[in-house]
Design a protein around this ligand. Structure first.
Ligand SMILES: C=CC1=C(C)c2cc3[nH]c(cc4nc(cc5[nH]c(cc1n2)c(C)c5CCC(=O)O)C(CCC(=O)O)=C4C)c(C)c3C=C
Ligand SMILES: [Fe+2]
Ligand SMILES: [Fe+2]
Length: 339
């Protein structure tokens, strides 16, 4: 009972109050893996963002907040509870990269309990520096700072793994069995620069519409290609026809160029092309959060209807779906590498 599993996700503000949202956004956006500018420029840009954004985001958080707290945290806790039945080697803990419970507080508590081995599970199917790397590096810093003597394994990106894809198809099936005109797979966006820093191959096309020509070496570093690959494998498993589905990227922030096509653009295009009943899935998130519930479920729906659509159905994330719980346990045993 000395091998702990630590589920890691992004984190939420402590409450939807403007002050708590500002504190959270400051910690999040000052992370050099998220806003990748030298400190003085990052401080300046983030301070500018923090003039207006906290009030806007607080309003959005307020609209989706549950009695028990932030949906992302509540749903992650439910997953943690269910994972306890799947993990007999030791405790299952939940840690957040920003806000609470912090990675530091969780690792220190586990060390006090005499835990000797950790499996860290960053819950991001597709790899990005702004999610996966920053979570792993924070754990590495905590281990070094407190001289913790853990043996550490890390769950690897699972964008193409059968357990994840099987759980996605199972969880979406009730919606796919209803009539629909189109399925949009909306992934979280990234500034193109984040990918170009990792993928130097000159021929690599960030506009490609599929992942077929991408080498394994590039695929391992290119978030966008991994998203395309997830979508292609999902569509194949779900028996979808070409043309019945497409991919887009949401949440652009700031003036930089982010990976395309943008979800906002696609919602208008699909409505204009005559799509009336639209399904939207967000496979980059394993738990519903502000990005799915508010950005797609509220604002996206409004936009699609205003453009002529009739219904936008947001397919829930994997959350604590039973097939996801067993799949994640398998992935955390099989798809890991030493830190
Ligand atoms: C430079 C900005 C951002 C990058 C890059 C980015 C990447 C990224 N984020 C997620 C997952 C989540 N992001 C969430 C919220 C969120 N993201 C950004 C900005 C960037 N994300 C902001 C400013 C916010 C806060 C909300 C807002 O003001 O819009 C969340 C939800 C948190 C919650 O409490 O519900 C998740 C999850 C991924 C997967 C990703 C890159 C692949
Ligand atoms: Fe984000
Ligand atoms: Fe967003």
């Amino acid at each position: 009972m000395t091998h702990a599993l630590v589920l890691i996700n992004l984190g939420s503000p402590a409450s939807p109050k403007v002050g708590d949202v500002r504190r959270y956004l400051d910690q999040f956006l000052m992370d050099p893996y998220v806003v990748d500018l030298p400190w003085p420029l990052r401080r300046l840009l983030v301070s500018l963002i923090l003039i207006r954004r906290p009030a806007q985001s607080a309003h959005a958080y307020e609209s989706i907040w549950w009695d028990e707290g932030s949906p992302l945290i509540v749903l992650s806790r439910r997953l943690q509870e269910r994972m306890r039945l799947q993990w007999s080697q030791g405790p299952v803990e939940l840690a957040m990269r920003y806000g609470e419970p912090s990675i530091e507080s969780v690792l220190l508590r586990l060390a006090e309990q005499g835990i000797t081995t950790l499996t860290l599970a960053p819950l991001y199917p597709q790899f990005a520096d702004s999610t996966t790397t920053t979570a792993i590096e924070e754990a590495r810093r905590v281990v070094a700072r407190h001289d913790l003597k853990f043996e550490v394994n890390v769950l690897q990106p699972f964008y193409d793994q059968p357990e994840y894809l099987g759980a996605l198809v199972d969880s979406a099936r009730p919606h796919l069995q209803q009539p629909f005109d189109h399925l949009l797979l909306s992934f979280h966006g990234l500034p193109e620069r984040h990918i170009r820093k990792l993928v130097k191959e000159p021929g690599h096309d960030l506009r490609a519409t599929d992942s077929h020509g991408v080498s394994d070496e590039v695929l391992a570093r290119c978030y966008r290609s991994q998203c395309l690959r997830t979508a292609e494998l999902f569509a194949e498993r779900a028996g979808l026809h070409p043309g019945q589905w497409s991919v887009s990227f949401q949440s652009r922030l700031g003036k930089d160029k982010w990976i395309e096509p943008y979800t906002e653009t696609r919602l208008d295009e699909l409505a204009t092309q005559g799509v009336k009943r639209l399904l939207v899935m967000c496979p980059a998130f394993v738990a519903d959060c502000i990005e799915t519930l508010e950005e797609i479920g509220d604002r996206g729906r409004e936009q699609f209807m205003a453009a002529g659509g009739e219904e936008l159905v947001l397919v829930p994330c994997l959350n604590d779906h039973p097939r996801w719980v067993t799949s994640l346990a398998q992935l955390c045993r099989r798809n890991v590498q030493p830190l």
